[in-house]
Write a protein that binds this ligand. Structure first.
Ligand code: AKB
Length: 309
């Protein structure tokens, strides 16, 4: 019997992950926790409180944890102490509670933010030196290493993916650099105009949420012996510049216009690669994306237009 705990279940990924996990294991076997109450959250849990995590695991016989609670890149630069507390102490608490309580598997979300400006911009390889310049990126590199340490020292089966920017319509992202790629759809549909906080030539790796959820489930279901990457897997689906995203949206909403007013988030975006290489994920656990730019834009416009009616 799989009994799952999700932390950060009210967030952009957690919201959709919960739906998929409930479908797979049944509502009674999934505890969706977050620091804030919302429709997608069953119970309050602050990941900076180790005792509460342990209690939650024991009370519900949890054997699998998806630890999605995190402070993203832009908020992390504004509130570094909070980022450290949630991203580092939160992960420590989850791994330590999991180890003590005999949890079988933990998922830790890493990010393209682990890369710094010194990596190849195009098709950034799996194995490169990691010198991130954002605190969030530093947290994610440390998180990858800590997860690996728990696996090697204690045999705790921690699995991880380096998510690209994620695009979705069920829940809004919050506090990230790649948020423009979601906000733009709401403004395109509502007011046919968007002021984008990165330059038009800013190109980043991106992915539609349904692909990201499938990747998360697939890596957790993979045979451990097939996982050759210690740490977190690169996964890729699409990459585009802000200007290319605008052009694709204009195919559906011709009157849509966009102006560019870069703010401090431009520097975070500039420190990340344009695209990543994901052959390890494709080979080890058959990773394959379904959505490209055109399919993602078309679905986002359909879904958000429907939601806004
Ligand atoms: C962010 O922009 O901070 C996140 C990420 C790339 O991990 N979406």
């Amino acid at each position: 019997m799989t009994n799952v705990l999700i932390t950060g279940a009210g967030g952009q990924i957690g919201t959709e992950l919960r739906l998929m996990l409930c479908e797979t294991y049944g509502n009674d076997h999934v505890i969706a926790s977050d620091i804030r109450k919302s429709d997608t959250v069953d119970t309050l849990l602050d990941v900076t409180n180790a005792r509460d995590i342990e209690h939650m695991i024991k009370e519900n016989n949890i054997n699998t944890i998806f630890h999605m609670a995190a402070v993203l890149s832009a908020t992390g630069e504004k509130q570094p102490e909070l980022a450290w507390q949630v991203n580092m102490n939160g992960l420590w608490n989850v791994l330590e509670s999991a180890r003590k309580c005999g949890v079988k598997k933990v998922f830790f979300p890493s990010s393209i933010a682990v890369f710094g400006p010194d990596v190849p911009r195009k098709n950034c390889p799996q194995n490169v030196s990691l010198h991130p310049t954002t605190l969030y990126g530093i947290n994610k590199v440390s998180g990858e290493l800590l997860s690996q340490y728990y696996y090697e020292k204690y045999g705790l089966d921690v699995r991880s993916i380096r998510y690209p920017g994620l695009i979705s319509y069920k829940a809004m992202p919050g506090g990230g650099t790649t948020d423009y790629a979601v906000e733009i759809f709401y403004e395109a549909i509502k007011s046919q105009h968007y002021t984008c906080f990165v330059r038009k030539d800013t190109r980043l790796p991106m992915m539609y949420m349904s692909d990201a959820i499938r990747a998360t489930i697939d890596i957790m279901n993979a045979e451990r012996k097939n996982l050759t990457v210690q740490g977190a897997y690169n996964i890729a689906a699409m990459h585009f510049s802000a200007e290319e995203l605008v052009s694709e949206i204009q195919k559906h909403i011709p009157q849509f216009t966009c102006e560019y007013s870069p703010d401090e988030r431009q520097a975070y975006a500039d420190s990340w690669p344009d695209s990543v290489e994901d052959s390890h994920a494709r080979k080890d656990w058959s990773w394959q994306p379904e959505y490209d730019l055109a399919a993602m834009v078309s679905d986002m416009i359909t879904q958000i237009s429907h939601k806004m009616k």
